[in-house]
Design a protein around this ligand. Structure first.
Ligand code: SF4
Length: 162
């Protein structure tokens, strides 16, 4: 698995101040995507132990609310195995921190993925240029949902994060 960047103290990709991991690999190819550089899964740096240590060191800071996995698409098929291990490790080491994940898939397409057990908030759906919205928090187009994953799994219906 490869990544393009690890950013810190980010306020634009989820609630609070967050660590953001920008992974490589996405095959949704949304017209108007702001990050086409991240589409190629073979581009970027290898997410090795030292990159993971950097993420964990940042996450251990008291004022950091949690981590956001984005890209690219963290649920790109080539990323899934490694992302699942990473999610498990994060929840084990930092149970008090929240995990947000951005994906181009709709929630209904990935409902059976084990990953969901380790995600607090899922921003789902492709970016659709015709539905672009500048005034909504955290997502780029109005079709994309900000989903409270634990509540959604519990109730069996989509519950939006608020
Ligand atoms: S899912 Fe996200 S990263 Fe992938 S093409 Fe669409 S907007 Fe870009």
């Amino acid at each position: 698995m490869r990544y393009h960047d690890i950013t810190k103290d980010d306020m634009k990709n989820g609630d609070g101040l967050r660590v953001v991991l920008w992974l490589s690999g996405c095959d949704h190819k949304c017209p108007g995507c702001q990050n086409p550089i991240t589409w190629d899964p073979n581009d970027g740096l290898i997410f090795d132990d030292s990159a993971k240590k950097e993420v964990f060191d940042l996450l251990s800071r008291d004022y950091i609310s949690g981590i956001t996995l984005t890209g690219g698409d963290p649920l790109f098929t080539g990323n899934r195995d490694e992302v699942l291990l990473l999610l498990k490790e994060i929840k084990d080491k930092f149970p008090q921190k929240t995990v947000w994940l951005y994906t181009g898939y709709d929630f209904e397409d990935i409902i059976n993925l084990e990953h969901l057990k380790y995600i607090d908030v899922l921003c789902d759906g492709k970016f659709i240029e015709a539905l672009k919205e500048l005034n909504i928090h955290w997502v780029g187009s109005s079709n994309q949902r900000i989903i409270d994953v634990p509540e959604t799994l519990k109730s069996g219906e989509i519950v939006l994060y608020s």
